[in-house]
Write a protein that binds this ligand. Structure first.
Ligand SMILES: [Zn+2]
Length: 388
């Protein structure tokens, strides 16, 4: 337990002196020193002097900087895997969260689960080879999929959402291929974790991440902890009612937000008026070129998204809404109507308290969140390793 307290303190406060650690952990200086020596010998903690920490004045004396301690970032690694509809992305991160390998491959994920899982296995082995990391230094694999995941059963709620994956237990399949523990989560939940750990939501404890890609989903973090709901399917904002007279959705309901505001739905609107096939990248080009119709379509989608979010803002009172996914590349054309609709439809104090911003990690939010899922558990995993 004392080892765990020290590792957790070093994880949260890199470059801490022994005095800092004693304060963070409430352990005696003697205990801290003994355990730190043990961890230095085990190659888990390293000494180095850095710019003054909070303990500099107490410990260092005149002109003598304190010895600062950090976890050895290459002592262990976490791996993230993100299965999109048309790609698989992999990121290998060291203990500091720095991605040492970041790679992706195009794949027909939706209809080909076994082939996709095989491809992911190859990507993982390639990433470890490229970085020269032995698989026994891997703490675990975090894996994201674009479907709600039932936490109670480990099954995908894939009917209509991820055709071809129904009845497949992805974490168990991936574990069998890799021989390494795999933690599975929904892509929007992982995007929220990624932006909190490394991106736009650093230091924010109450946030909603909304992902506008082929589908629309939200990841919720409350009081610093991911909120997943009773069986793990919280955040399905793509399937709230947006237009009672709208089209039938792939989930079987009518007029879901996704049928109005997903990038594919917006591109389809333009297709009708421009009388030519419009892909999502082409839609974003048209927006960047200032095309009036494209900008109007994206702005209207933003208003619908903001209206759906206003209910979330009323209920959760978040500090930050982070917008990610393909459509976020439209920038203020999308973000301003989202913010305006929240302002108009939420209660005043909740609207005044929330900021709306684009994610900073782009298409890497989910894969880095998948690695962050493992890194968050790394202090316990590292202590378990010290014991062996
Ligand atoms: Zn729906």
């Amino acid at each position: 337990m004392n080892r765990l307290r020290i590792i957790e303190a070093l994880y949260r406060h890199p470059l801490s002196s022994r005095g800092d650690l004693a304060r963070h952990t409430q352990l005696s200086r003697a205990t801290v020193s003994t355990l730190v020596e043990e961890m230095v010998r085990a190659g888990l903690v390293e000494e180095g002097t850095g710019p003054g920490s909070s303990g500099a004045g107490i410990e260092g004396g005149l002109g003598r900087p304190p010895v600062l301690l950090s976890l050895v970032s290459g002592a262990a690694f976490a791996l993230g895997l993100d299965f999109g509809h048309t790609h698989i992305r992999v990121a290998l991160c060291d203990l500091s969260g720095e991605p040492v390998v970041d790679d992706y491959s195009l794949a027909e994920v939706d209809h080909a689960p076994s082939e996709s899982l095989d491809l992911a296995q190859r990507l993982v082995h390639d990433a470890l080879d490229t970085a020269g990391v032995a698989s026994d230094r891997l703490l675990g694999v975090g894996m994201g999929l674009a479907a709600p995941i039932n936490k109670a059963t480990g099954n995908l709620e894939a009917n209509g959402i991820l055709p071809g994956w129904h009845g497949i237990r992805p974490a168990a399949e991936m574990e069998a291929r890799l021989g390494i523990p795999v933690a599975l989560d929904n892509d929007a939940n992982l995007g929220a974790l990624g932006e909190k750990a490394f991106g736009a939501a650093r230091g924010v404890d109450d946030l909603v991440y909304i992902r506008l890609s082929a589908g629309i989903g939200a990841g919720i973090i409350i009081a610093g902890q991911p909120y997943q709901g009773h069986v793990g399917v919280a955040g399905e904002i793509g399937h709230v009612l947006s237009d009672p007279h709208g089209p039938i959705c792939r989930c079987g309901n009518r007029g879901c937000l996704e049928t109005i505001a997903s990038p594919v739905a917006v591109a389809a609107l333009l297709q009708r008026s421009l009388r030519q096939p419009i892909t999502v990248p082409r839609l974003l080009e048209l927006v960047a070129e200032g095309d009036r119709g494209a900008r109007r379509a994206v702005a209207d989608a933003g208003e619908a998204v903001g209206q759906a979010l206003s209910t979330v803002v009323n209920i959760l009172n978040p500090e930050l809404v982070v917008v990610g996914g393909d459509l976020a590349q439209a920038g203020d054309i999308l973000l301003s109507p989202i913010a305006a609709a929240i302002e108009r439809h939420s209660v005043a104090p909740a609207a005044a308290a929330v900021r709306v911003t684009a994610g900073t990690l782009g298409p890497r939010a989910e894969v880095l969140g998948a690695a962050a899922l493992i890194l968050a558990k790394s202090p316990r995993a590292l202590v378990a390793r010290l014991g062996t």
